[in-house]
Design a protein around this ligand. Structure first.
Ligand code: M6R
Length: 613
């Protein structure tokens, strides 16, 4: 997730920008860059040397102009175009007088780029961002001031963005705009700043403001003017910054820990993963999926390999791949696949799923698959990760960096990314027509709002967590796509609460585990889908005296079903339901772990990225 800072009216602007970038480092990045307005020219430095880019920048900035008071800085989390110096921000226009940084995705960058090139603009990167700087350049050439030029340019853009621009021709102005991606402004005595989050601004100004969607700000030393995209003036939304906040508290954006922050970032993670996936004709396109279409058409089996939560996302995908693409799909624990003799060949598509893209078990399973001649695709949240480099194709989740060891927003993003993969296979194999693919994409687009709705019910989960105090044994049950949800709920609980928790397919209960169900045991049952069958399995647990918590969609009849009901919004297609039904289970694990006083971000014995076997 990129980080942005812009300053004006600040002595030692470069130091303030570097300090801001360091405070934004926790968001994760793979390259970084700065630009300063130096009299009538721009000075720019960029670095893309892995995790030490800000330090590298500091090293190479020796020849920086001393007196500059205006500039911008950026840490880039690559989406379009690899993490190279050319793709790092700021991007310059053709005159070299304008520098721009961006966080988000410009959905229509390809269609905007063609006419810009036709009018003579020269592109120097593979990013979606670069169209923006040339669009602003054209508006400036037509006579607009910097903020006005940015406002007009943004009118042509579809997608999600926060964007900040400076010009050598207006050395006291930082212009900024946003849609769907956070951007804050701050004003102090003779200074003005903008940044992606409050951590970069804390302690640097007296007054703080949040830009809202489709607003453009003109920041000058000591002043802020905001207009909407139509050009009408608007009153900026003031933000109260807790005086007790230090940089770390600000990075958590007021949440107590990264886990709950990341749980609440899930609607954005899902929405961003779905952005920019439709071509001009409405067909599903996955730009970064480098495997030739003909190879994918020839596939006769899909094998998904992953570990932990990523494995559970793969299990959800099995149902989608089989239903939509009509392909046999297997899901394998990565550490198991490589030590048997898997039957893989050039028509087996092997899909690795990994938040980090570095998990050794998954990496080695993918290498094994490549040795067998199978085409490989990795679903990764990290663009330059080893798996993303080695696999034949990639599909990026765009959840932004996940700090907490327990995966939450990446898990949801993985499910929707794999749904996209299943749909694109269906589209190319012709098992679904364009209308059916389009309808499913529409349903996917509705998920962020449903996840938001589910998050809004956290108080219900808290009440259940209070009622469960003291319980130590949990079973999580589900059927069909509810089964991987049950596994994920159990994994979350054991990871951060250290309570015993097992996930089971509900129909399997009576084949053994039911012997363990007795008073004091908690059974968490995911009602959707196959509600009737689930009701019977829930009755088996109720009859043995278990405390039963049912996760049920709005409107489902839950009379007599259990002790506690956690309602979730109804999802149009049951295959997509896990994206919503897993949310109360994440919240329950979190609530129980907090009540036990555990460190939810850094649970004992566990690491965020597992690079050992
Ligand atoms: O980075 P990866 O997605 O490959 O990691 C896989 C697992 O280690 C990971 O999902 C782990 O299970 C999480 N801590 C679950 O919350």
């Amino acid at each position: 997730m990129c980080g942005i800072i812009g300053v004006t009216g600040t002595d030692g602007a470069l130091d303030v920008i570097f300090e801001g970038l360091r405070r934004l480092e926790y968001r994760g990045y793979d390259s970084a860059g700065v630009a300063l307005v130096d009299g009538a020219t721009l000075w720019r430095r960029r670095a893309a040397d892995g995790t030490h880019s800000v330090d590298d920048l500091v090293q190479t900035a020796g020849a920086a102009p001393g007196g500059a008071t205006t500039g911008i800085g950026h840490t880039r989390w690559a989406t379009h175009g690899g993490p190279t110096p050319e793709n790092a921000h700021p991007h310059l226009d053709c005159t070299g007088q304008l520098a721009l940084v961006h966080n988000g995705i410009i959905e229509n960058h390809a269609e905007l780029r063609v006419p810009l090139e036709g009018r003579g603009h020269v592109f120097r990167s593979q990013t979606d961002t670069e169209v923006l700087v040339h669009l602003v350049e054209e508006e400036l050439a037509a006579g607009a001031g910097l903020a006005e030029a940015l406002r007009r340019a943004l009118g042509a853009v579809r997608g999600a963005f926060s964007v900040v621009v400076v010009s050598a021709n207006e050395p006291d102005v930082v212009a900024a705009g946003r849609r769907s991606v956070p951007l804050l402004a701050a004003v102090g005595e003779g200074t003005g700043l903008v940044a992606s989050d409050i951590s970069a601004l804390v302690g640097r100004a007296e007054r703080y403001f949040a830009l809202e969607d489709d607003q453009v700000a003109e920041v000058r030393p000591g002043s802020l003017r905001v207009v909407d995209l139509a050009g009408g003036p608007v009153e900026p939304t003031a933000v109260v910054v807790d005086p007790a906040w230090d940089v770390e508290a600000a990075q958590k954006a007021g949440f107590d820990d990264f886990m709950t922050k990341e749980i609440h970032e899930q609607p954005r993670a899902v929405a961003d993963t779905l952005l920019d996936r439709r071509g001009p004709d409405g067909a599903l396109v996955i730009d970064e999926l480098r495997v030739p279409v003909d190879d994918l058409r020839a596939v006769d089996k899909v094998v998904v390999v992953a570990c932990g939560s990523s494995y559970h996302a793969g299990m959800v995908a099995k149902y989608a791949i089989e239903r939509w693409a009509r392909l046999p799909a297997e899901v394998e624990i990565a550490s198991e696949l490589r030590y048997r003799d898997p039957v893989l060949h050039e028509r087996t598509l092997v899909v690795g799923v990994s938040q980090s893209g570095e998990t050794l078990d998954t990496l080695e399973a993918l290498r094994e698959a490549r040795r067998s001649g199978a085409p490989t695709v990795i679903v990764s949240n990290v663009v330059h990760a080893t798996m993303a480099r080695e696999a034949d194709g990639v599909l990026y989740t765009r959840a932004g960096p996940e700090v907490s060891v327990a995966s939450t927003k990446c898990h949801l993003a993985q499910i929707v990314a794999l749904d996209l993969l299943a749909l694109v296979l269906a589209q190319w194999r012709g098992t679904m027509g364009p209308a059916a693919v389009g309808a499913e994409l529409d349903r996917l687009q509705r998920l962020p709002a449903l996840v938001e709705d589910a998050l809004g019910r956290a108080k219900d989960v808290d009440a259940v967590a209070d009622a469960l105090a003291g319980a130590r044994d949990y079973f999580f049950l589900g059927r069909h796509v509810g089964f991987p949800v049950a596994l994920e709920g159990a994994l979350k609980l054991k990871e951060i609460s250290y309570l015993r928790a097992e996930g089971y397919p509900a129909g399997e209960l009576k084949h053994g585990p039911l012997a363990l169900v007795e008073p004091g045991v908690v059974v968490v049952a995911v009602l959707e889908p196959l509600q009737d069958k689930m009701r019977s399995n829930i009755a088996e647990a109720v009859a043995r005296g278990a405390t039963v918590v049912v996760v049920a969609p709005d409107g489902a009849d839950v009379a007599g079903l259990g002790d506690h009901v956690l309602r979730v919004p109804r999802v149009d297609d049951p295959i997509l339901a896990p994206v919503v039904t897993v949310v109360p289970l994440q919240l329950l694990a979190y609530a129980l772990a907090r009540r036990l006083g555990n460190d939810v971000d850094r649970p004992r014995n566990l690491a965020k990225t597992v690079t050992v076997e």
